[in-house]
Design a binder for this molecule. Structure first.
Ligand code: PMP
Length: 407
């Protein structure tokens, strides 16, 4: 406490109210923490809450020397020289940072070129680049939401969608994973004038695909918008052009897409795609667009190059699917439709032990446990890449299969 450390408490709420911070005691909102001891006890209380809730401890270790079955670089483009050259050229021309928000003076030719390439890739009328996929989801959901908009979302959607919905102050209903009938009921019973249904085209942990054709028909019938997060679909589904394009919904007026540039596109950043009026609305209302420094020009140029490569080299997509099929076959599971192959594991302790053992053996895999997964089923998440060498693929898949069998 300030008193214990001998510090004079000269200002701030704690000093004014005269309350000393007791080690381990609950700290009231507005309390000013003035000593290292108080900081430690504050953090210790947060750790205790996390442990009580069974929240997973993550690490942030280096993984370069491992065989990577965990990243989202599905087409291997993050290490492609052509993207590196595009990024270097953009850096030389525009500098390392965008310097300002897109609406001030942060928009460069690289941003506009990226948006054109994303439209060509997906068949959408317009695109708007954000500094991340997270910011894209937050931006579009808050711009569409509010008290008069009901948000209906699949329980397995990404954290950025959950956060966007909370931030939008919209009434919201979560439906069980893949339950289109529940979506129909929620739409039919709504009292709000507007509704948005939010799905992922390919789910990030489960690896399965949404039934976009039925969902889009339902939304058209019930006068709702369908927002599809294509983070794991772009570069993967439908020859790389995404699941919305493959489902013949690229020109459906009520379907909106969000993308990340950080997975198959090999860069960093995000985008929202849809009709021109949507783009105009976002430029004027999406706070994560207006109040955020623009995407770095290098990332924009690299992602544009990634999009061009996907359009001209669909064999990369084919190779990734071939590798995904090999991983699934070796592990005795049915191949999921995208790059993500998901193996259910009996308990969270077994999932943690499996992924730790594989890490020791030199293979990085994703480990997802409750409460990160809403259905309470722990999983190993394996991801395929187009540039996995056949020896490393065989070695890694066999190690995973043996570890799963041993358990
Ligand atoms: N949506 C989904 C489905 C994702 O998996 C992710 C990234 N994990 C995001 C959005 C966020 O994208 P970014 O990493 O570009 O912020």
């Amino acid at each position: 406490t300030p008193a214990e450390s001998g510090m004079a408490a000269e200002s701030g709420a704690a000093a004014e109210s005269g309350t000393a911070i007791q080690s381990g005691a609950a700290i009231q909102p507005g309390t000013v923490i003035e000593s290292g001891t108080a900081m430690e006890s504050w953090l210790a209380s947060r750790v205790a809450v996390r442990e009580q809730r069974g929240i997973i401890r993550h690490d942030a270790q280096r993984n370069e020397s491992m065989i990577d079955l965990a990243s989202n670089d599905y087409l291997g483009l993050a290490g492609d020289q052509r993207l590196a050259v595009a990024a270097a050229e953009a850096t030389t021309i525009y500098g390392t940072g965008a310097r300002a928000s897109r609406v001030v003076c942060g928009t460069t030719q690289a941003h506009l070129e990226l948006e054109r390439e994303l439209c060509s890739l997906t068949g959408q009328e317009t695109a708007l680049a954000f500094s991340s996929g997270y910011a894209a989801n937050l931006g579009v959901i808050t711009a569409l939401g509010g008290p008069g908009t009901l948000m209906i979302y699949d329980a397995h959607v990404h954290a950025s969608i959950h956060d966007g919905i909370r931030l939008s102050r919209s009434p919201a209903i979560s439906v069980a994973h893949g339950d289109l009938e529940a979506i129909r009921c929620a739409l039919a019973q709504r009292t709000q004038p507007r509704a948005v249904v939010v799905l992922e085209s390919i789910y990030s942990v489960l690896g399965d695909a949404a039934d976009l054709v039925t969902a889009a028909a339902l939304c058209a019938e019930m006068d709702a918008l369908l927002l599809v997060d294509e983070a794991h679909g772009i570069g993967v589904a439908g020859n790389g052009r995404g699941a919305v394009h493959a489902a013949g919904l690229a020109e459906a007026g009520h379907v909106i897409l969000t993308l990340t540039l950080s997975k198959a596109l090999g860069s960093q950043g995000g985008a929202v795609l849809g009709p021109a009026l949507l783009r105009e609305h976002l430029v004027n209302t999406a706070r994560t667009f207006i109040f955020d420094t623009a995407l770095a020009p290098a990332c924009a140029a690299a992602a544009a190059q990634g999009a061009r490569i996907i359009m001209t080299e669909p064999q990369l997509v084919t190779r990734m699917h071939h590798n995904a099929a090999t991983i699934a076959a070796r592990c005795g599971i049915q191949k999921a439709p995208g790059a993500v192959q998901s193996i259910p594991v009996a308990s969270s302790a077994s999932a943690a032990a499996l992924s730790a053992g594989l890490r020791e053996a030199g293979v990085a895999v994703g480990c997802f446990r409750p409460p990160s997964v809403p259905d309470g089923v722990s999983r190993l998440r394996l991801t395929a890449r187009a540039n996995l060498k056949s020896e490393e693929l065989e070695q890694a898949a066999s190690l995973v299969a043996a570890a799963v069998r041993a358990l």
